[in-house]
Design a protein around this ligand. Structure first.
Ligand SMILES: [Zn+2]
Length: 144
């Protein structure tokens, strides 16, 4: 990730003339790509969905710790191309998860595993991540 804008901490509630435009969607829809800054604070992109350049921008909401509607943080992913991730010509890596039927304690476990796997990737790559589950036995629910 490249940080393209970070709001100075010294200007309080003032508007920073160097901040990029918020580029909000009139309907309130958001791109919603997320990242973390160096301090571990999470930001989510508030620009309109499918913005055409590759800079994600997070504007403050009413309780956002800065002037409402002003961009506080902006970033690009290493590969550019907002929300599109690596091209399909990149190598594909497959990870297989296997577990015995005795470890399969509820019907939702495969879904929970798939969700966990997706959460390990950048949100903008989720469309390119395929999680396949194959069952050769049935769950062993915990009873009693
Ligand atoms: Zn974005």
């Amino acid at each position: 990730m490249h940080i393209t804008y970070e709001r100075p901490t010294t200007i309080g509630e003032q508007i920073d003339p160097a901040a990029p435009a918020a580029d909000l969607d009139p309907t309130g829809a958001e791109c919603a790509a997320t990242t973390y800054d160096v301090g571990g604070l999470e930001w989510h992109c508030t620009r309109r969905p499918n913005h055409t350049d590759d800079e994600h921008r997070a504007a403050f909401d009413v309780h956002g710790g800065g002037p409402t509607g002003e961009v506080g943080f902006a970033w690009q992913y290493e590969w550019g191309g907002a929300g599109h991730g690596p091209s399909s010509t990149d190598p594909i890596t497959t990870v297989t998860v296997s577990f015995p039927s005795t470890a399969w304690t509820n019907e939702q476990l495969p879904t929970a595993i798939a969700d966990e796997i997706r959460s390990a990737f950048w949100e903008c790559d989720h469309d390119d991540v395929t999680v396949t589950t194959t069952a050769t036995s049935t769950p062993h629910p915990v009873t009693g």
